[in-house]
Design a protein around this ligand. Structure first.
Ligand code: AMP
Length: 177
């Protein structure tokens, strides 16, 4: 392998688990990536690279794997981290957004003071599938007054066309699978 081929280096650290959590799903397990400190640094470097000169003021991450990559991205950019959480977890006043999943519905919440009017937010998650979670997260942050500067994902499942659902957004993914 070419040592400068960072995509191959990162791709080797994504473990595919067939039929998890249910039959038919190919689960992309990022734990080998976060176990390897060099690969993790490489991932964070490339995740934030397109956004370093875009005056980002906060990074938002979706529970739970978005917290890992999002908080490291916020640390590297020197900006705030905003956790977007599953319902009932945040202790203060919250703004909620509900969205459709393949089966059923889900909700994300943020504290009402998580962002301020004019905040320029980079949204980070481990994986873009249908784009429903990312779309709901954008809506939640925009309701609170923030502007979405971009969205960054470690993995993108291109066949699920999440990008189309997020048309007009600046989307960056490291590993199109
Ligand atoms: P979606 O809303 O369909 O774009 O789904 C994205 C969210 O679901 C992300 O937070 C992912 O962590 C998770 N997710 C969806 N599909 C997978 C998959 N095949 N492997 C791992 N995580 C997934």
């Amino acid at each position: 392998m070419n040592p400068f081929d960072w995509r191959s280096r990162l791709g080797e650290k994504i473990r595919n688990i067939p039929d998890f959590p249910e039959p038919g799903i190919q689960f992309k397990d990022i734990t080998p990536l976060v176990k390897d400190p060099t690969a993790l640094r490489l991932a964070i470097h490339h995740l934030i690279h397109p956004f370093v000169n875009l005056s980002v003021t906060a990074v938002a991450g979706m529970e739970a794997r978005g917290f890992i990559f999002g908080s490291l991205a916020a640390w590297e950019l020197g900006v705030s981290f905003v956790p977007l959480r599953k319902p009932g977890k945040l202790p203060y006043d919250v703004q909620s957004v509900s969205y459709a999943l393949e089966y059923g519905e889900s909700t994300l919440e943020a504290h009402v003071d998580a962002v301020s009017l004019g905040d320029r937010v980079l949204l980070v998650d481990d994986l873009l599938a249908t784009g429903g979670t990312a779309q709901a997260s954008c809506e939640l942050l925009e309701t609170l007054g923030a502007q979405i500067v971009g969205l960054a994902f470690v993995i993108e499942l291109e066949a699920l066309k999440g990008r189309e659902r997020l048309a007009g957004q600046n989307i960056h993914s490291l590993l199109p699978l």
